[in-house]
Unconditional design. Structure first.
Length: 174
């Protein structure tokens, strides 16, 4: 959603409130994906982009209450921090030594990264279910990931790491 479009945001909230009243909802908690800051992981700062205040003013005009920039996962609907590495030419030359070592270890162990979309959904969902039962935590189901891929046909990608354990065993025995 274009959060700079006050009319659109107001319309959205008006419709959301109508739905909430119809279902006897007490309150609505939302956590918009608003990009407020960029910084190196070693240099956390509390600076905010100029647009951030515009977004907050728009939300407040719709009677939303800003709860601050909380960091506790219990206070949020989505992850508060997202780690990104923006791709550029010769990126591998600037990676930290530790990251380079991990990549070499993965190569040495014949780990291969595959990526795709719907064709990997069954396998990805199976692995999520295994993690879910092993860790005893609530994770998303196949339907959720299917919906994401359908809603983001150009940008939705599943990444899986694979490795031939039989080849690893054979190499280890040699």
């Amino acid at each position: 959603m274009d959060y700079k479009d006050k009319e659109l945001v107001q319309y959205y909230f008006d419709q959301l409130k109508k739905l909430a009243k119809k279902d006897h909802c007490i309150f609505i908690k939302f956590d918009p994906a608003v990009h407020v800051n960029d910084y190196d992981s070693k240099s956390y700062n509390i600076n905010r982009y100029k647009e951030t205040e515009l977004y907050l003013d728009t939300f407040k005009s719709c009677k939303a209450i800003h709860k601050g920039y909380t960091t506790s996962i219990a206070d949020t609907v989505q992850p508060r921090f997202q780690s990104n590495v923006y791709s550029y030419e010769n990126i591998d030359e600037t990676l930290p030594k530790h990251t380079k070592r991990l990549i070499k270890d993965a190569d040495r162990r014949n780990v291969q990264i595959i990526h795709g979309q719907g064709e990997l959904l069954d396998e990805f969902s199976r692995l999520v279910e295994l993690a879910k039962s092993r860790k005893g935590v609530a994770l998303r189901d196949k339907g959720y990931f299917k919906t994401l891929l359908e809603n983001y046909p150009e940008g939705g990608v599943i990444f899986l790491a694979t490795c031939n354990v039989y080849k690893l065993n054979e190499d280890a025995n040699k």
